[in-house]
Design a protein around this ligand. Structure first.
Ligand code: CTP
Ligand code: MG
Length: 188
C-alpha cells in the first residue's frame, strides 16, 4: 500500500522514529529548564529603553544550564546506543549534532523571549506558534551553522513534517503536565 508516491506506512513510521531520535536532545532542554529553572535571570534584571525587560524572569542561568546538561546527557546516551545493534536504522547523532540541537533549542527560546518583550508581551504570556517552534528554529539554525552536512543527510522532507507536527503536540502535552504538577505557571 502506498499513501503518497513512495511513502509506504513503513517508511512513514521510520520517518516518525527518525524525527523523534533527532529531536530528543532538542525537546528535552525546555521541560528540564522549567523543572530546574529559577534564580538569577540571564538578563540580570535589565530593562531596555522600551520599558520592558531584555529577556524577563522566565530565562534563568540555572534553567539554561540544566536544560543543556539534560540535552547533552540524552544525546550521549543516544550515541552510546547507536554503537549497539539498534533494531531500526536511525539517523546517527554526533557530539556536534547533539550539542547544536540542545544549545540551539534554548538559544531559540531566549531569542524568542527577547522579541516577545519587544512586542510588549509579558513573561509567560502566550505567543501562539512562536512559543512552540522557537526551539525548532534555534536548534536547526545552529545545526545548519556548525554542521550543514548533517542536516542535508538526515532531515528529509518527511522527517521535517513529523518534526513540525510532533513538536507542538509534545510542547502542549509537557506544559499541561508541568502545569498540573505545579511546575509551570501557565498551561501553555
Ligand atoms: N526557564 C528558565 N530558564 C530558561 C528557560 C526556561 O529558568 N532558559 C524556566 C522558567 O522558570 C520559565 C519556565 O522555565 O518560567 C518556562 O519556560 P518558558 O515558557 O520558555 O518561559 P516563560 O515563563 O513563558 O517566559 P517567556 O514569556 O519569556 O517565554
Ligand atoms: Mg511560556
Amino acid at each position: 500500500m502506498t499513501l503518497v508516491d513512495g511513502l509506504t506506512p513503513a517508511a512513514l513510521l521510520l520517518a516518525a522514529l527518525a524525527a523523534c531520535w533527532i529531536m530528543l536532545p532538542a525537546w528535552l532542554p525546555n521541560p528540564v529548564a522549567a523543572l530546574f529553572g529559577g534564580g538569577r535571570p540571564i538578563d540580570g534584571g535589565r530593562v531596555l529603553g522600551d520599558g520592558h525587560r531584555l529577556l524577563g524572569n522566565g530565562k534563568t542561568w540555572r534553567g539554561f544550564a540544566a536544560g543543556i546538561i539534560a540535552g547533552l546527557g540524552c544525546g550521549a546516551l543516544q550515541i552510546a546506543a547507536q554503537g549497539t545493534a539498534l533494531a531500526v536504522p536511525l539517523p546517527a547523532h554526533t557530539p556536534l549534532s547533539v550539542t547544536a540541537l540542545a544549545v540551539g533549542a534554548l538559544l531559540g527560546d531566549i531569542v524568542k523571549s527577547f522579541f516577545k518583550r519587544r512586542l510588549g508581551r509579558e513573561r509567560g504570556e502566550a505567543w501562539p506558534l512562536v512559543d512552540q517552534y522557537d526551539l525548532v528554529v534555534g536548534a536547526f539554525a545552529l545545526l545548519a551553522l556548525v554542521d550543514p552536512g548533517w542536516i542535508a543527510t538526515n532531515i528529509t522532507p518527511s522527517v521535517l513534517v513529523f518534526v513540525l507536527v510532533l513538536t507542538p503536540l509534545l510542547h502542549r502535552g509537557m506544559n499541561l503536565i508541568g502545569y498540573a504538577a505545579g511546575i509551570k505557571e501557565e498551561p501553555w
